[in-house]
Write a protein that binds this ligand. Structure first.
Ligand code: C2E
Ligand code: CA
Ligand code: CA
Ligand code: CA
Length: 279
């Protein structure tokens, strides 16, 4: 019979040590990654379900780590949040996304909106509005071509304060989207008070859309809710034609997902723009 003896304990504690030191290394590397210019932005199209055209894209960060290769934001954004590094990283993302979008416009491509993810820490900065104004001025991007993606939980922390900031941001002329909608603890009664343009249905509902009747019901309800509140609705994580058909029948406006395109590095995105591919 196996007994959980000393060796088992040592095994676990070794594994834990390894994890802790791996994390420490990640944190230290993260600190120098900005100076070394190791971050990249990939861009994923959002496509209109009626016209089939691309109207916007989401900027998604990657870390081109010299040893580990491309590191997913799922691995380093939480650490960046905890350490406060998300502030300079988020600032870089905002500036790079606006700069790149302006460059595509200057190259003569039809103007698109670029969506940037804001972290909770960024949103809570007292100078968040000023810093966005500064980036728009510096890059020369017209605010109508910038969209900010914010999660429900960021808005629910201090609702009145959040509404005030959202109003100021809207006042600049940019668009606002609520990301990962349906996963947070938002109260539906607040939704009408938030001056946002769009809600994004979380991909966890889309994944099992055709197998799970509850996910299908929630997705349909969110689309109907968006319609009655006059909000645009984007479904993310759309991977198959069946997803597309379901969403189109329910009146969803826009999709984002592997079905149309994975997030692409700028060079590949430029090729997509040149091809002018539609859904
Ligand atoms: P998110 O904002 O919900 O972004 C959508 C994620 O779904 C992206 O993962 C995207 O690559 C992935 N995705 C898109 N289409 C599909 C699909 O059809 N199927 C599946 N399975 N996945 C799909 P990614 O790029 O790994 O980003 C993960 C999360 O990291 C993002 O989730 C966002 O919360 C965060 N993140 C990414 N970039 C930034 C950033 O610049 N700043 C901040 N604060 N967070 C970021
Ligand atoms: Ca997002
Ligand atoms: Ca999302
Ligand atoms: Ca997500």
């Amino acid at each position: 019979k196996l007994m959980p003896g000393k060796n088992v304990y040592q095994y676990f504690s070794q594994e834990m040590n390894q994890r802790v030191s791996e994390r420490l290394r990640l944190e230290q590397d993260l600190r120098s990654a900005l100076d070394r210019g190791e971050f990249r932005l990939f861009y994923q199209p959002k496509v209109d379900l009626v016209s089939g055209e691309m109207h916007s894209m989401e900027a998604l960060i990657r870390w081109a780590h010299p040893e580990s290769g491309l590191v997913s934001p799922v691995r380093f954004i939480p650490i960046a949040e905890e350490t406060g590094l998300i502030i300079p990283i988020g600032q870089w993302v905002l500036e790079e996304a606006c700069r790149q979008n302006r460059a595509w416009q200057d190259a003569g491509f039809p103007p698109l909106r670029v969506a940037v993810n804001l972290s909770a820490t960024q949103f809570a900065q007292p100078d968040i509005v000023d810093s966005i104004v500064a980036v728009l001025e510096k890059t020369g991007l017209d605010p109508e071509f910038l969209e900010l993606e914010i999660t429900e939980s960021m808005l629910m922390e201090d609702v009145e304060d959040a509404i005030r900031i959202l109003r100021e941001l809207k006042g600049l002329g940019l668009s606002l989207a609520i990301d990962d909608f349906g996963t947070g603890y938002s109260s539906l009664s607040y939704l009408k008070r938030f001056p946002v343009d769009c809600i994004k249905i979380d991909q966890s509902f889309i994944a099992e859309l055709l197998k799970n009747s509850e996910d299908a019901a929630i997705t349909s309800a969110i689309i109907a809710l968006a319609g009655s509140l006059n909000l645009n609705v984007t479904a993310e994580g759309v991977e198959t034609l069946e997803h597309v058909d379901f969403l189109r029948r329910r009146g969803c406006h826009e999709i984002q997902g592997y079905y149309f395109s994975r997030p692409l590095p700028p060079e590949d995105f430029t090729r997509l723009l040149r091809e002018g591919r539609n859904l």
